[in-house]
Design a protein around this ligand. Structure first.
Ligand SMILES: Nc1nc2c(ncn2[C@@H]2O[C@H](COP(=O)(O)O[C@H]3[C@@H](O)[C@H](n4cnc5c(=O)[nH]c(N)nc54)O[C@@H]3COP(=O)(O)O)[C@@H](O)[C@H]2O)c(=O)[nH]1
Length: 512
């Protein structure tokens, strides 16, 4: 029954996730398609502009040639010369002369007109001084309109097929050729709609440096048009699958998190968190000086869980105190014999600063060391440098613990936000320099310079130093060069292991 209930809830959620996936996929597809359309019209606008410039250049040259010619009127010689010029220029359909009163009386193509034709005022005077009559009534065929370019003396008619190669373009494309101010529309293919850059519409504009011409190209890349049905179905299907997969991943993460929380709670309560120990060595002699307790949790279903993860999770679940108490008790129980056997050894335990300020943990440390007959001096509490707790409160807690005989170390020094000034203000026994600095030893990096600086300041304020994360003999040699009595911890000597595997001395080969 419960499974059926869950199935009933699952189906609408799955349908909703798929629907959201479809919507997201279609939206993404539309945006990508519109952007690819923009690249298409950029190239189209450029091509049309180049073509418009060559038409305008051809027309200007023809007008200049007519101006230079010795035409005086509409004699047969004049008409022959006009014809010659008309044939010479590719984008010119006809050429002729204006009367001084602004009327047309003859042209190369139509010869002498039966009656003078009045063209009226020009539509535009270009910045090159050319007069344009756009879509003005034809002087030869009634009802037709033509484009005339000229001066007050001569004119040419632009060939109506000058832009024929751009006619009958794809239906989603529109192009218009205008004067540079956009006031006069010279040519258009398709209709430019106002408002580019909507979901589907993109627009580009390109203007000529040489002529009074601008080209605007627009594309309406709407994936919902019937032409793109195939793409629509593919994108929708992929979106539905992705939405469903994402939903399944989120649900499984949520369940894993819930499972992790439940399992961790059970593991802490039944004292299943175990400890490994990593040796801390006097590098010059290889002598064992102490060991750090590092928590481990292996779940039979989830496998090995990183300490960062389960310690953070325990804090989220409000289980930090229970976990800390179990770690303190286990560490002292497991290490008591070894510490008593060798009184110069110490055991490091990681505790958050809040735990150090928690009287119940301090009392536990006292009672457990007393119960096992361990000197408090043999216990070092490692706290993190970066903490939001006020420094004076922190120092009061540290002082109290040190007064009881325990040592206090600052862990991962250099990675917090407090900087070197912190060292002078906090009274601790040792700092543990983080491995990002240790591992830079002997290199030319900024981290290597910071490492030296940290070491100098620690020496000035008479605080001991442990170099964490030493992995290579070269790093160790470089550290020994400036700190001959360095304490070191790292994989060069040993990873964290069961206490029984920790030897009294570690002869790391520092040569080679
Ligand atoms: N509050 C508590 N924090 C704890 C406890 N146990 C562990 N931790 C913290 O979890 C972090 C990760 O710890 P871990 O995965 O155990 O990693 C430790 C070492 O294994 C690792 N290490 C040691 N030597 C090297 C090395 O040479 N190279 C390398 N890449 N890693 C190395 O460093 C970790 C020890 O770090 P630190 O504590 O800073 O000395 C870590 O922050 C633990 O503090 C716990 O019981 N309580």
């Amino acid at each position: 029954m419960p499974n059926r209930k869950r199935g009933v809830k699952t189906l609408p959620a799955l349908v909703l996730a798929s629907a959201l996936g479809i919507a997201a996929a279609l939206l993404l597809c539309q945006l990508l398609w519109a952007e690819s359309g923009k690249r298409r019209i950029q190239s189209l606008a450029h091509t049309v502009l180049l073509h418009s410039e060559s038409v305008a250049g051809n027309v200007s040259d023809a007008v200049a040639a007519l101006e230079r010619s010795a035409l005086t009127g509409c004699s047969d010689t004049d008409l022959a010369e006009m014809k010659r010029l008309t044939f010479e220029y590719r984008f010119i359909k006809d050429a002729g002369l204006f009367n001084p009163d602004g009327t047309i009386v003859c042209s190369a193509l139509w010869g002498r007109l039966r009656s003078p034709f009045h063209v009226g005022a020009p539509t535009l005077k270009t910045r090159n001084g050319l007069l344009l009559w756009i879509r003005t009534p034809s002087y030869s065929i009634p009802g037709r309109s033509i484009d005339i370019n000229g001066t007050p003396r001569v004119f040419v008619v632009t060939s109506p097929t000058a832009f024929a190669s751009f006619e009958n373009g794809a239906p989603e494309l529109s192009v218009q050729v205008t004067s540079s101010g956009g006031r006069v529309l010279m040519r258009h293919f398709g209709r430019i709609e106002p408002g580019g850059d909507q979901l589907s519409r993109r627009e580009v504009r390109a203007c000529s440096q040489r002529f009074d011409i601008c080209v605007t190209a627009q594309i309406d890349s709407n994936i919902f048009s019937p032409a793109y049905n195939g793409m629509l179905v593919l994108a929708g299907t992929l979106g539905a699958i992705l939405g469903a997969v994402l939903w399944a991943v989120l649900v499984s993460l949520f369940h894993r998190n819930k499972t992790l929380s439940a399992k961790l709670t059970a593991a802490i309560e039944s004292d299943e968190i175990s400890l490994l120990y990593q040796p801390i060595i006097m590098a010059a002699s290889g002598q064992l000086m102490g060991f750090e307790a590092l928590a481990r949790w292996r779940d039979k279903d989830l496998g090995e869980i990183q300490p960062d993860l389960f310690i953070g999770k325990a804090a989220e679940l409000g289980l930090s105190t229970v976990l800390n108490r179990s770690i303190v008790c286990r560490a002292l129980r497991e290490c008591a014999a070894r510490l008593k056997q060798d009184p110069h050894l110490y055991l490091s335990i990681n505790l958050e600063i809040d735990a150090l300020l928690d009287q119940s943990i301090v009392q536990l440390l006292l009672s457990e060391t007393g119960r096992h007959g361990i000197a408090p001096r043999q216990i070092a509490i490692e706290i993190l440098e970066g903490s939001t707790i006020e420094i004076s409160r922190m120092q009061a807690g540290i002082d109290e613990v040190r007064r009881l005989g325990f040592q206090v170390f600052i862990d991962d020094f250099g990675t917090g936000y407090s900087g070197l000034a912190y060292l002078g203000r906090l009274n601790v026994d040792k700092i543990k320099i983080d491995r990002i600095f240790t591992q830079a030893a002997g290199t030319e990096s900024a981290a290597a310079m910071i490492l030296l600086k940290i070491f100098e300041v620690a020496k000035d304020v008479d605080t001991g130093v442990v170099f964490e994360g030493v992995e290579t003999a070269a790093q160790m040699r470089a550290i020994l060069a400036f700190c001959p009595d360095a304490l070191a911890q790292g994989w060069l000597y040993s990873k964290a292991v069961p206490l029984a595997e920790i030897a009294p001395a570690y002869q790391a080969s520092l040569s080679g």
